[in-house]
Design a protein around this ligand. Structure first.
Ligand SMILES: CC(C)(COP(=O)(O)OP(=O)(O)OC[C@H]1O[C@@H](n2cnc3c(N)ncnc32)[C@H](O)[C@@H]1OP(=O)(O)O)[C@@H](O)C(=O)NCCC(=O)NCCS
Length: 150
């Protein structure tokens, strides 16, 4: 697995938070619910740049639900870098980061049409814990995928 380095965004910086917002808007344009810059800057989600050999190849993040439960968010590989195993490495990197922070269980909600991410998560030992029809909006069904970190 390729070694991805995670560097946190400085969300207090309006330049960095705007850059992140633009990435989210680009890659989640189909999503009915997108954060705005204010929400990104709230710190509710800790976001990271994902680097491979000095180049940014994607983003990821997590949100703590309880002291030991975290949801991973917006795990994304930029278009030019897909299909090379980096999505798998990035999913592992955010899991490792959460584990380092004392998280005991992670979860991810994934749109039903996102077969690549569902495949990645199941390969990494997640199980489907729920199916949520019309979750974010009509037609946007989602799976909850969870994993206990031992
Ligand atoms: C999901 C995403 C991160 C995958 O990135 P990637 O770098 O292409 O992923 P990888 O190359 O590591 O692996 C993709 C895996 O999914 C599989 N896959 C790809 N398309 C698939 C499909 N339609 N159905 C089933 N599996 C699929 C590949 O075969 C590969 O599996 P393998 O390693 O067992 O061969 C990327 O497509 C992305 O950023 N999507 C947009 C953002 C997003 O939806 N993020 C998830 C939010 S929850």
């Amino acid at each position: 697995m390729k070694e991805i380095e995670l560097i946190p965004y400085d969300l207090e910086s309006s330049v960095e938070s705007l850059e992140l917002l633009e990435i989210i808007e680009k890659y989640y344009s189909k999503s009915p619910y997108l954060p705005d810059q204010k929400k990104i800057q709230s710190g509710e989600v800790v976001y990271y740049r994902a680097f491979l050999s000095g180049s940014q190849v994607g983003i990821t993040g997590y949100s703590k639900k309880t002291p030991t439960l975290a949801e991973t968010i917006k795990t994304t590989i930029f278009d030019d870098f897909r299909g090379k195993g980096l999505g798998t490495s990035l999913s592992q990197a955010i899991e490792d980061e959460c584990k380092k922070l004392g998280i005991k269980k992670i979860l991810s909600t994934v749109y039903f049409f996102n077969h690549a991410m569902i495949h990645i998560k199941m390969k990494q030992g997640y199980t489907i814990e729920g199916y949520h029809p019309d979750h974010e909006a009509p037609g946007f069904h989602e799976y909850s995928l969870g994993k206990f970190l031992t």
